[in-house]
Design a binder for this molecule. Structure first.
Ligand code: NAD
Ligand code: MG
Length: 395
């Protein structure tokens, strides 16, 4: 039987790459559903190409327009609107696998629904795990879901770990996440205040959505990834390490008790981790180019621990700080950062003030332990309010 896949965030960078891999394997995969935020045109084109049974848009007005346009094309795709419809859809009979590629905490509800329903869950949406934390993992366990990482670092780590998760804590000494350092790796920290959204979104190695591009420039992306790794692999935070590797050839590594290091390498192309997640435990073609070792001039590494890097990327440390604080604090950090990045992209605050907003929000709020999705949503909302107040003071 073909794997029936729902691609959430299908019009985004990960979504498009996912459909590219799926299209290479029509014998294995079928697109059961597509979902996007508010832009009708790209989702319409995807519906025409992939003929899903269902399409869901977050925005009701956009959904109505999509329905009319599909009708005019003579397509029978059913159109739904809103987050509740999406949650129902991913938990339903017609879907085996969910590619979670919505950006931000907006993807949490659909991830939890897929986890509870025991689906195969391909997680690109790292913010959902950073917000959901232990509750997310509980949903995966009770639902009997299969959680597979799509983030390139976490896919690399997963590929470098032994097959049996029960052996990880004992055999592994540490997990080493690589970071490219983004567009400002060499920039004088004093000049980061002048960075424009265009400069922050121009990543040297990867083409990605705007939010994650800004996160890569501040290294908050790596902070979110450290938290993501903590939850995915269960190692204590002090055994998670970040090393700067500008070429993005090694996507991350696992160091074992005997100091043997296992790494995963490849060209910087998200179709590799996507194909791995889709086919796991098998392997399929991804469309990515092979590494050309003769053209690979050098691989270099820098410790993150230099004073200049700490000044440049003060946000990275917040990962360990938030993990050490009250449960729910990673959700506070994520919400603050989402609001700060949006304010920066809107030119309401400066680039270096993203960190100030994150710090102010963490200071303003000590969450009580979340016990259900409603608690997480309340923490998320409170943190956004605190972040917006901080943004108001700075703007
Ligand atoms: P993107 O901005 O290119 O795409 C986001 C997608 O989500 C779009 O399809 C958009 O329509 C949809 N969306 C946005 N808000 C929504 C809402 N409220 N409800 C429903 N749908 C909504 O982002 P991206 O770069 O593809 O990243 C997606 C996720 O994958 C992020 O969590 C990111 O951190 C993660 N990720 C991305 C990459 C990458 O290379 N792009 C790599 C690793 C992880
Ligand atoms: Mg990553």
């Amino acid at each position: 039987m073909k794997q029936r896949i729902a691609v959430l965030g299908s019009t985004g960078s990960i979504g498009v790459n996912t459909l590219d891999v799926i299209a290479r394997h029509p014998d294995r995969f079928e697109v059961a559903a597509l979902s996007a935020g508010s832009r009708v045109e790209p989702l319409l084109a995807q519906c025409v190409a992939f003929r899903p049974a269902v399409a869901v848009m977050a925005d009701p007005g956009a959904a109505r327009e999509l329905a009319a346009r599909l009708d005019a094309e003579g397509l029978r795709t059913r159109v739904l609107a809103g987050a509740a419809a999406l949650e129902q859809l991913v938990a339903g009979e017609g879907v085996d696998t969910v590619m979670a590629a919505i950006v931000g905490a907006a993807g949490l509800g659909s991830c939890l629904a897929a986890a509870r329903a025991g689906k195969r869950l391909l997680l690109a949406n790292k913010e959902a795990l950073v917000v959901g934390g232990e509750l997310f993992l509980d949903a995966v366990a009770t639902g009997g879901a299969t959680l597979l990482p799509i983030d390139s670092e976490h896919s690399a780590i997963f590929q470098s770990l032994p097959e049996d998760p029960a052996t990880w804590a004992d055999r592994v000494d540490r997990i080493i996440l690589t970071a490219s350092g983004g567009p400002f790796r060499d920039r004088a920290p004093e000049t980061l205040r002048d960075v424009t959204p265009e400069q922050a979104c121009a990543h040297p190695n990867w083409v990605m959505g705007r939010k994650i591009s800004v996160d890569s420039a501040t290294m908050m992306n790596k902070a979110l990834e450290v938290i993501e790794a903590r939850y995915l692999f269960g190692l204590p935070p002090e055994r998670l390490q970040v090393v700067i590797h500008p070429q993005s050839v090694i996507h991350s590594m696992v160091q074992y008790r005997d100091n043997s290091v296992v790494a995963q390498l490849g060209t910087p192309d998200m179709r590799v981790p996507i194909a791995y997640g889709l086919a796991w435990p098998e392997r399929i073609t991804s469309g990515a180019a092979a590494l050309d070792f003769s053209a690979l001039a050098d691989m270099s590494f820098e410790s993150f621990d230099s004073r200049r890097h700490r000044e440049r990327f003060p946000g990275l440390q917040l990962a360990w700080d938030a993990l050490a604080a009250a449960p729910g604090t990673t959700a506070v950090l994520n919400a603050a950062n989402e609001e700060a990045v949006a304010a920066f992209l809107d030119r309401r605050i400066r680039f270096d003030q993203i960190h100030a907003v994150n710090l102010a929000t963490l200071d303003a709020l000590v969450p009580s332990k979340p016990k259900a999705l409603a608690d997480l949503l309340a923490i998320d909302a409170q943190a956004r309010e605190a972040a917006l107040r901080a943004i108001g003071r700075l703007a």
